[in-house]
Design a protein around this ligand. Structure first.
Ligand code: PAF
Length: 281
């Protein structure tokens, strides 16, 4: 049976208050829909780690710095609800826009530090939009725990910092990236790749894996990263926006591999922006 689809904050909170009174642990999986196996793996983790699970589906306009990107973002609500049936979630929260941003809404939640570089630099305002909507989703759902994918690794660090800094009372849990057999990280944006672009797309992860192995073997970080970027562009990507080795927690640059690090990248392929990251060392 499909879970109830809830569109108002009042209806959601009527439900969550009852769960709270019964002492149940509330879990939330925030999404923008176009659900794929990556999202479903988060829902499975949430089912194992909470008594009640809410999946939120809201395409958040405030986190899109490019209006075309917002317009093209896939919206597949009915199919999403069908995909969730076997997972038996307790509610799907698809808020009407005014439930998140009512008339007169003027507040922005802005995280510094981990949010400043990488995606923060290439997509101005993006993390303010994410932090603002996640704050609203955590408080509206009254979630004890929330599950996020490592696929958006910087987002995971931003949201972890946000919840701790603002005492939101929601524990943020990260889950591994799910990949296609050829290594391409699952993403709702993959739906936008043409057939030709889809064939080229796995070159990104392949170049990253090679770079991570070379860095792990002690080769100079800056040279390996420059060569990995060039390799991705030779494979048919239009531009590599960044290919960086960063501290796993602070996301500060790592020039010599002497602590847990993450290789993070963003690259443009035929009009679609792909991001990926892997652990190094
Ligand atoms: O990762 C996403 O899908 C979004 O950034 C999130 C966390 C649902 C906020 O809109």
């Amino acid at each position: 049976m499909t879970a109830p689809i809830i569109r108002s904050k009042a209806a959601l909170q009527q439900m969550t208050r009852g769960w709270r009174r019964a002492g149940e642990v509330i879990g939330v999986v925030p999404t923008m829909g176009a659900l794929h196996q990556g999202h479903l793996s988060l829902v499975r983790a949430a089912k194992a780690g909470a008594d009640r699970v809410i999946v939120t589906i809201f395409v958040n306009p405030k986190q899109f710095n490019d209006p075309k990107d917002l317009e093209n973002y896939p919206r597949t609500e009915e199919e999403d609800a069908r995909k969730l049936i076997p997972l038996e979630v307790d509610a799907i929260y698809c808020p009407d826009p005014d439930q998140i941003y009512p008339d007169g809404f003027v507040t922005t939640v802005s995280v510094g530090g981990v949010a400043d570089e990488l995606e923060g630099a290439f997509r101005p305002g993006h993390f303010d939009g994410v932090a603002t909507v996640v704050t609203k989703l955590f408080t509206q759902t009254m979630a004890d725990r929330a599950w996020f994918g490592e696929k958006d690794y910087q987002q995971l660090q931003v949201v972890t910092r946000l919840s701790a800094d603002l005492d939101l009372g929601t524990e943020v849990v990260g889950c591994p990236t799910i990949r296609e057999e050829d290594g391409l990280a699952l993403s709702s944006r993959n739906l936008l790749l043409s057939d030709r672009a889809r064939i080229k797309a796995p070159a990104l992860n392949a170049a990253m894996e090679r770079a991570a192995a070379r860095i792990g073997a002690g080769e100079p970080v800056a040279q390996v990263l420059a060569e990995a970027s060039a390799e991705v562009e030779r494979a048919g990507f239009n531009a590599v926006e960044y290919m960086e080795l960063r501290d796993s927690e602070t996301l500060k640059p790592v020039e010599v591999l002497n602590r847990p690090a993450r290789l993070l990248t963003a690259a443009q392929l035929a009009g679609v922006r792909l991001i990926d990251n892997i652990a190094v060392g």
